[in-house]
Design a protein around this ligand. Structure first.
Ligand SMILES: [Zn+2]
Length: 387
């Protein structure tokens, strides 16, 4: 039972009539065989087509032991004639992306001799792995050459040569097949073994854009988009650059330079602010209060750096120093330092008495307490951390 593969005869069949040869129950639904199909089964790095058979949605199509199996969630009656349609929008985007990938792989092979050793096509994104490294400049060259091939609108021919004929061709291939090898020939550009549907001429791809690249297993992985996906990508990126340019009041071609300058300015302000905070903390060291062997400061608007600065200083002047920052409404954060006390015990003591939480290391603890200032002062005047 061999299904006629309409997508091999004509990759542009969107709707067709067929007869249901069999419908069997499988896990999660039904497996349907047709006498002919335009549904491309997953293969060659390309996902399967989606669409409808007799009004029933096709979720997946796989080639199993040479048969094209359509998977649905509803059954179809065997022997009946059905009208079928494939999701042409998705299919055409995949054809654009897949043919675009062949061009890029062909150009890389002819310019640098590297092979395509991995190809993955997800919705809107294609990755291709080559077994040699390429620089950004070299990839720009590849991109130029690939788009020249698109502007030239070269024919793309798909055919099955006989085993004898196959020997005469020098084609790219990942597998060592000798039978039923289908070749995809892009005039003046590439010849590659491939089972997937392709556009009929390179002009239909519109554009090929290499977006990103990274080192990968001793070679390079490139991320690329072709055709309508490349247009959508350009639209989204243009919208972003347009907005950034408006926000910065900068020309679009200068936004990266402006952002770099802004980041440098932000770093400088951060450094200045850090210095300012430290100088406030230095000044407030003079305001430390002392009671028994404790020094403390209750303030507001302090961050952890400032609290630590004062607490470290106080810990040299007394057995323990505790810095609180906050107000009676939201509570107080604290940092405490000591070179002699068991600070885990101190934390437990503070947390229990002042309705707090927190902990830390042997010499420093930090946390929060939910009491007012007078309670903190009363606590500090009566507590004996040594006891
Ligand atoms: Zn292919």
């Amino acid at each position: 039972m061999k299904t006629i593969r309409l997508y091999y005869e004509n990759a542009y069949v969107k709707e067709f009539d067929a007869t249901v040869l069999s419908c069997v129950t499988v896990k999660n639904g039904y497996e349907i065989l047709l006498d002919k199909t335009a549904f491309f089964p997953e293969g060659g790095g390309q996902k399967s087509d989606e669409g409808f058979i007799g009004g029933v949605a096709v979720a997946d199509v796989q080639e199993v032991n040479g048969e094209i199996c359509h998977y649905t969630t509803e059954p179809l009656e065997e022997g009946v004639a059905v009208s079928c349609s494939i999701d042409w929008n998705k299919r055409f985007l995949r054809m654009q992306n897949h043919s675009g990938e062949h061009i890029v792989s062909g150009v890389v092979h002819s310019l640098f001799g590297y092979d395509n050793v991995g190809f993955h096509m997800d919705e809107g994104l294609v990755t291709v792995d080559f077994n040699g490294e390429l620089t950004r400049e070299q990839l720009d060259m590849v991109e130029d050459k690939a788009n020249e091939a698109i502007y030239a609108d070269y024919k793309i021919n798909c055919f099955f040569p006989s085993a004898d004929e196959l020997d005469k061709y020098d084609y790219r291939s990942k597998l060592d097949l000798t039978e039923n090898v289908r070749l995809v020939e892009i005039e003046n550009t590439d010849l590659c073994a491939c089972c997937a549907p392709h556009v009929k001429s390179t002009g239909e791809i519109g554009i090929v854009k290499i977006l990103d690249f990274m080192r990968h297993r001793g070679g390079v992985r490139i991320v690329m988009k072709s055709g309508y996906d490349a247009l959508l990508d350009y639209r989204e990126k243009y919208r972003n650059v347009y907005e950034i340019s408006g926000l910065l009041s900068a020309k679009q071609e200068c936004v990266a330079e402006y952002v770099k300058r802004l980041m440098d300015e932000t770093d400088a302000i951060k450094r200045q602010f850090y210095q300012f905070r430290l100088s406030v903390a230095q000044r407030d060291k003079e305001s430390l209060k002392y009671t028994n062997d404790i020094s403390y400061l209750i303030t507001d608007g302090y961050d952890a750096d400032m609290m630590r600065e004062v607490a470290n200083y106080g810990a040299e002047k007394s057995a323990i120093c505790i810095v609180f920052s906050g107000d009676d409404e939201i509570g107080y954060s604290y940092i405490a330092c000591s070179l002699s006390y068991d600070m885990k015990k101190v934390a437990a003591h503070i947390n229990k008495t002042l309705n707090g939480r927190g902990g830390g290391r042997d010499t420093m603890i930090q946390g929060k307490v939910a009491v007012d200032k007078s309670s903190i002062v009363a606590f500090l005047n009566s507590v004996d951390f040594n006891g």
